[in-house]
Write a protein that binds this ligand. Structure first.
Ligand code: MN
Length: 199
């Protein structure tokens, strides 16, 4: 049976300073992300019990729990690996070539991602994803599970929930988005994920 686990961070809590403070990273990973892992596992346990009892009265609510907490777990897992100390710079290689093909230029792709992240209504994510044919799109995900498309694989996830940035950036979401893109994003990881799709 599927079980979720909190992945270890690929760097120290303070490694992304000063652009992403250690306190926010510690809370974000150790409390918020963990809550999605636990929420997903709790829903899966309840579904297992429902199957054993042959009682699916709660299947609608539990399916929503799986989508919300599962989406939160998977997008956060992507988010952590999409950052590195000394990140930023420009996308390269196959990723940049695909961005030029799909958006006109790499800078246009990044500009659309920035705008989508800044314009999320409420809590959500700016996401770069590849469709089944390997074409890139920017998705604007609300909460953790809405406005994703079946068959589209996220390769970059930028968290714009307030818990992701409020301690350091307060209400200035755009400053957090700018810091992520200028100093944190690990384009090599994004390109590696794109290549690994084999599309
Ligand atoms: Mn988050």
């Amino acid at each position: 049976m599927m079980r979720a686990e909190l992945p270890a961070l690929p760097y120290a809590l303070e490694a992304l300073e000063p652009h992403y403070d250690a306190t926010t990273v510690a809370l974000h990973h150790g409390k918020h992300h963990l809550a999605y892992v636990n929420g997903l596992n709790a829903a899966l346990d309840k579904l297992e019990a429902a199957r054993a009892a042959g009682d699916f009265a709660a299947v609608k609510a539990l399916s929503r729990e799986v989508a919300f907490h599962g989406g939160g777990h998977l997008l956060h897992t992507l988010f952590w690996t999409n950052m590195k100390p000394g990140g930023g710079g420009e996308p390269g290689g196959r990723l940049a070539a695909a961005m030029e093909r799909c958006f006109g230029s790499a800078s246009a792709a990044v500009a659309q991602l920035r705008a989508a992240a800044n314009a999320v209504e409420g809590s959500g994510w700016g996401v770069l994803a590849a469709d089944p044919a390997g074409e890139l799109v920017v998705l604007q995900v609300e909460k953790h599970q809405n406005q994703l498309l079946p068959g589209f694989s996220p390769i970059l996830a930028l968290d714009v929930w307030e818990h992701a940035y409020y301690l350091k950036y307060q209400n200035r979401r755009a400053d957090w988005v700018d810091a992520f893109l200028a100093h944190l994003v690990n384009w090599e990881d994004v390109e590696r994920r794109f290549t690994a799709l084999g599309r």
